[in-house]
Design a protein around this ligand. Structure first.
Ligand SMILES: Cc1cc2nc3c(=O)[nH]c(=O)nc-3n(C[C@H](O)[C@H](O)[C@H](O)COP(=O)(O)O)c2cc1C
Length: 224
């Protein structure tokens, strides 16, 4: 596929056929993704590609708590999982409240997703430039997310697809235990990869004029 087509049509695929993702395809996906930029070229990423049904099921179950929290916060009129304004809900209680809806069925049947890739970032090697700021860290993950996105685009290029989610970061100790990751290997993303029944071609995004401004944040919008 042409690069621009790949970049503009790599949508968040959450439904997949039963077709497996062969090892050679998965290898090519990460063989492309490994050229992504990353801080200091330290390549502090590790990918655990999970095909084992029981392990996928366990990962799916770990996703449900954070999703229930999102549902409770949405119901309370909050922006779910934001870190600036304290939440009015009890996070621990909401995570266990099975009456709360799971908005995305894929997570309830994660064992059916052909391959689930957990991406960890090694905090012993990446530069966490915002570590002394009084807010949640955003920089460490920046050394793996370009790679994760390249992997999704490479999957799209192969006719496959997937979704990047960060839900499992909220369950990091359990994921580390399940997959044998070390405590300094932070759980940064999960990519669900498979063959979508249909490839989308028109994604909903703001036009450039709405978010690129010339010289000043209140300057003239960039036009062609
Ligand atoms: C950092 C990040 C976190 C995301 N977390 C989730 C998630 O927890 N669950 C999910 O279903 N999709 C998740 N997504 C996928 C987004 O929902 C998706 O990229 C966005 O809605 C655009 O979808 P589209 O490309 O199909 O238009 C995440 C994407 C990113 C980049």
């Amino acid at each position: 596929m042409d690069f621009v087509d790949v970049a503009k049509t790599t949508f968040a695929a959450r439904e997949f056929t039963d077709e497996p993702v062969p090892d050679d395809v998965l290898y090519r996906i990460f063989d492309t993704a490994r050229f992504a930029p990353n801080g200091g070229n330290r390549q502090g990423w590790k990918v655990v590609a999970v095909r084992d049904r029981e392990t996928k099921k366990a990962l799916g179950e770990l996703c449900l708590g954070p999703m229930r929290v999102a549902a409770a916060q949405t119901r309370a009129g909050e922006v779910y999982w934001q870190s600036v304004t304290p939440s009015s809900i009890n996070i621990a209680d909401a995570a266990l409240d099975e009456s709360l809806p799971i908005a995305i069925p894929m997570f309830e049947h994660l064992e059916d997703v052909p391959v689930v890739c957990i991406i960890a970032v090694d905090l012993k090697v990446v530069a966490s430039m915002d570590q002394f700021l009084d807010r949640v860290g955003v920089v460490s993950g920046a050394s793996i997310y370009p790679m994760a996105w390249s992997a999704l685009m490479a999957a799209r290029n192969e006719g496959f697809g997937g979704t990047l989610t960060t839900l499992l970061a909220a369950q990091e100790p359990a994921v580390q235990q399940l997959l044998g990751l070390e405590s300094h290997e932070a759980v940064s993303a999960m990519l669900t990869i498979g063959r979508p029944p249909k490839q989308l071609s028109k994604l909903s995004r703001k036009p450039v004029e709405e978010f690129v401004f010339v010289d000043h944040a209140k300057g003239k919008p960039l036009t062609s």
